[in-house]
Design a protein around this ligand. Sequence first.
Ligand code: HEC
Length: 147
Amino acid sequence: MAPEELAKWDISIPPSGEGLPPGSGTVKAGEGVYLQKCAACHGAKGTGKPADALAGGEGTLATKQAVRTVGSYWPYATTLFDYVRRAMPITNPLSLTNDEVYAVTAYVLHLNGIVGEEAQMNAATLPRVKMPNRDGFIDDWRARAGK
Ligand code: HEC
C-alpha cells in the first residue's frame, strides 16, 4: 500500500492525543451534530435505544447490573474522538468533518457531566480531560506476572 493510502487508515489516537488533527468543536455545536446524526440511535441526551447508551451508569460498574457508557466506563476521552471519527454514524462512517467529531465529542462528554457547557475540544484540550473511570483498570498481564 502506498504511504498516502496507508495514511487514510492509520488514524488511531492513543491516550496522549498524538495524531489528533487540527480543528475544534464546542458543546453547543456538538448538540446540533448529535441531534441530526446520532440521537435517532443513541436517544435524546445519550440515554440509549435502540443503540448503546452514551451517558449515565456512574457507580454501577461494581454491581451486577453494570451500565458501561462513555462516562462510566471509558478511561480516555481521546478514544471517543477516535471511535466516533472511525465508526459513527454506523450507517455512514468516516463522514463527519474533524470539527464535527470534536464538537460531538464535547457534547457527549458534557452529557456525562465531564466537561462544562462552555467547553471546547481540540487537540490540546481533549487529551487533558480526565475520565471518571481512568483509574478503574488494572494491567492484567502485569498482575498475572506478579509485577
Ligand atoms: C444508525 C444508528 C446509529 C447512529 C446514527 C449512530 N450510532 Fe453510534 N452506535 C450504533 C451502534 C449499533 C453501536 C454499537 C456498535 C458496536 O458495538 O459495534 C454504536 C456505538 C457507539 C459508541 C460506543 C458505545 C459504547 O460504549 O460501546 C459511541 C461512542 C457512539 N456510537 C457514538 C455515536 C455518535 C457520536 C453518533 C453521531 C455522530 C452515532 N454514534 C451515530 C448505532 C448508531
